[in-house]
Design a protein around this ligand. Structure first.
Ligand code: F6P
Length: 341
């Protein structure tokens, strides 16, 4: 049996443990694995490599993806979908493992409806896929952001400043909420709850009044003011129709400084949150997902996605994977709010 594997969308820590697990399990079971480079782009261009035991040796602690990635959407051009299907056949693939977020898995779902044998593995630092309790990459991103918040605390305190920390997460505030709680943020702003700037400034002033002359405000890149729009880098949309978010931290920092009179600095964590070695949690989750994906293929169960439900690895139809995004649990946000101001 010949199994293809690709990684699409934004990279995230834990992808290499998945690739390693798929290759090791597949080879143990007598299968061959073909690595498709740069997500769907590699299947359009037939850009592939053979993945043997040697090629996955030593990649477990490595961030990123040895296969490369792209945000290429074959459904942008009918001729690309045709190429994907032809190359799937020409490469002699019996199954394909698609590792990605909502966009990559959305393509996987469409292709599987058109007859390709595909199994999906969910990936994103944003943790915004509703069909799985956690995605790998998220834990690493939260740990990186938490460490940064810890570091920013000491300098904010020494200078009696407000530091606004902008984190990723797209339209969900998971990274902001969890890193904010873990890092002891004084205000956490997320897309799920529009920003009330009066309240933010009041909370910071309240803190100052009780002798805390510094504050850490964590803001998710997708957060917006009441009746406002999300802040973006540019108008351009990517191939899946997404805007490039970012910039809310700067806007917020200026307003806070103007309204409170306290010196304010802004730090945008950006792609630091996606880089570097995965945490043990993400290595284990990625490994479990990879093994389960091969098990599904061996049982000829296609059109499914592996998923973490509680502490068990389960499966859901690929269609569920892309049905809806998972907003932050408001119970968790209430926990965070206890420490505001
Ligand atoms: O989806 C993962 C993510 O890191 C988002 O949190 C962020 O908005 C986006 O990707 C950034 O994309 P890019 O790597 O294309 O700048």
């Amino acid at each position: 049996m010949r199994i293809g594997i690709l990684t699409g969308g934004g990279d995230c820590p834990g992808l290499n443990p998945v690739i390693r697990a798929v290759v090791r399990k597949a080879i143990n079971e007598g299968c061959e694995v073909i690595g498709i480079k740069n997500g769907w782009k590699g299947l359009i261009e037939k850009d592939v490599i053979l993945l043997d035991l040697q090629s996955v040796s030593g990649i477990l602690p490595k961030g990123g993806t040895i296969l490369g990635t792209s945000r290429t959407n074959p459904y942008k051009k009918p001729e690309d979908v045709k190429k994907v299907k032809e190359n799937y056949q020409n490469l002699g693939l019996n199954a394909l493992v698609a590792v990605g977020g909502e966009d990559t898995l959305g393509v996987a779902y469409k292709l599987s409806k058109e007859g390709l044998k595909i199994v999906g593995i969910p990936k994103t630092i944003d943790n915004d896929l509703s069909a799985t309790d956690y995605t790998f990459g998220f834990d690493t991103a939260v740990n990186i952001a938490t460490e940064c918040i810890d570091r920013l605390h000491t300098t904010a305190e020494s200078h009696h400043r407000i530091i606004v920390v902008e984190v990723m997460g797209r339209h969900a505030g998971w990274i902001a909420t969890e890193a904010g709680i873990a890092g002891g943020a004084d205000v956490i702003l997320i897309p799920e709850v529009p920003i009330d700037i009066e309240e933010v400034c009041a909370l910071i002033k309240k803190r100052h009044n009780r002798g805390k002359t510094f504050s850490i405000v964590v803001v998710a890149e997708g957060a917006r003011f009441k009746e406002g729009q999300v802040v973006t880098h540019e108008e351009k949309l990517d191939e899946f129709g997404h805007v490039r978010l970012g910039g809310i931290g700067e806007v917020l920092g200026k307003i806070i400084e103007e309204r409170t009179g306290f010196e304010t600095r802004v730090v945008v964590l950006g792609h630091l949150q996606r880089g570097g070695t995965p945490t043990a949690f993400d290595r284990v989750l990625g490994t479990r997902f990879g093994i389960k994906a091969v098990e599904l293929i061996l049982k000829q169960e296609f059109g499914k996605m592996v998923s973490l439900q509680g502490n068990k690895i389960a499966t859901v139809p690929l269609e569920k994977a892309v049905e809806e995004l998972k907003p932050v649990d408001m119970e968790l946000y209430e926990v965070a709010k206890t420490f505001f101001g």
